[in-house]
Design a protein around this ligand. Sequence first.
Ligand code: AMP
Length: 520
Amino acid sequence: MNLAHILARSARTFPERPALLVGDRQLHTYAALAARSARLAGYLRQNLGLEAGERVAIYMSNCAEYLECLYGILWAGLVVVPINAKLHPREAAWIVGNAGARLVCVSADLAGELAPVLHDEGGVVPLLVPGDGHYLRAVTALAIPVQERTPDALAWLFYTSGTTGQPKGVMLSHRNLQTMTACFFTDVDPVARDDAAVYAAPLSHGAGLYSFPYMLRGCRHVIPESGGFEPDELIALSRSVGRLCLFAAPTMVRRLVDRVQRSGADPSGFQTIVYGGGPMYADDIRIALHAMGPRFVQIYGQGESPMTITALSREVLANRADPDWASRVASVGVAQALAEVRIVDVEGRSLASDEVGEVVVRGDAVMSGYWRNPAASAATLRDGWLWTGDMGSMDSHGFVTLKDRSKDLIISGGSNIYPREVEEVLIAHPAVREVSVIGRRDEDWGESVVAFVVLEEGSRGVGADELDRHCLDRMARFKRPKEYRFVDALPKNNYGKVLKTSLRRLLLEAQAGCIPDQAK
Ligand code: AMP
């Protein structure tokens, strides 16, 4: 079944329900959104002559036309290649070339910069720009029915965020995305028809993937006027639109919670906040629950098993009476319904409860491989299991606690130190706003621990000695950072993930004397 059937179904069942809003202003009903997608699909297939399975990229910031492009491409039986709008046009052009895309839907603000670099790369890929004449022709073309696709046909080519090296195209089929959608209802949120999905995070990533369950239920889809994440705007929308549901990276949750706390806003207009995509420190989720109540659900996934490895439910997060609550909130929850999860050693043997190893996952959400990259596919998919590269443990009840990416593990004096453990302790200090811990080469110890710290406003007086005392009270001596570096901000990629590779480079450069040593 083609995944786009979910939009066709909702349009048939509830044609007059509001489907798309920009801010709190309604733009399209379900009937209108489906009709525009069906016409765009007709334009792609009939007018442009694209054939089933060909790729169409979307390089647009979150905007009103995003969803009709996304669903129109799928409706046409084509493969969507969403590219993060924050990527440099050259990076976007690289993805367009790698995917062999035949067309790029690109917003007007990005088209001017993309066109010349696409040309430089030798591509003659046409652009479709919302608002221009071609686009108007596309959404008024002759509609076609949803084009049939087999469950294993490619639906979404998902480029990894590339925290190391070139991004890889993760091949996601209609079945993979249907499985993710089914798991959403069982493990993340049942979704009520009055809910409103608000897209504050890039639609090219998790937020766009999570449009599927809300489309199936016939909910409202809200594009913020700003096209992005603005805490005050979200708070205003929670009042005017109500029942807001959003997917947010941990840094966004932190900013939203902070704003709610400072402004004393009523959080009741937020229905569900799903967080994931990076570590959420236990201390942060405790504060979030205190400030906004039981509205949070955590998911752990990766592009290769989109949004679908484990989930930590609203109920578990809210159940403070549970004697294991403290460890539960620090976990990423239990395997989602249609995902088998194990913790294994390097040979792939299952480890006992609480032992740390690599997280592997199997199930119908797992990708079929990387686009035109058999070597990387073979290294990541072994005997039907996806090797996530994440280290973690599973307790006797199935709760998984992540430690770190395997490559981030620090081995000092022969002992394993998981940066996440050190970060958890440091973030609990009231003066610490953000922290990232990495290893540096050390003659005596093999590696030693270095903490990059962003201090809260007004806490500039806090120094290494104070943080060291804080650590001494809370963790084994050998895990304490040997060095603190106080910085104004941590380097992050376009999805808000901290770039530990950049921090390592910074240390190497400082060691080589390229930049002044900033350690206090
Ligand atoms: P991406 O494929 O870019 O979405 O990145 C996936 C990676 O983000 C995972 O392999 C994890 O390392 C990390 N990640 C995702 N969700 C979580 C989570 N809930 N907690 C901690 N790390 C996470």
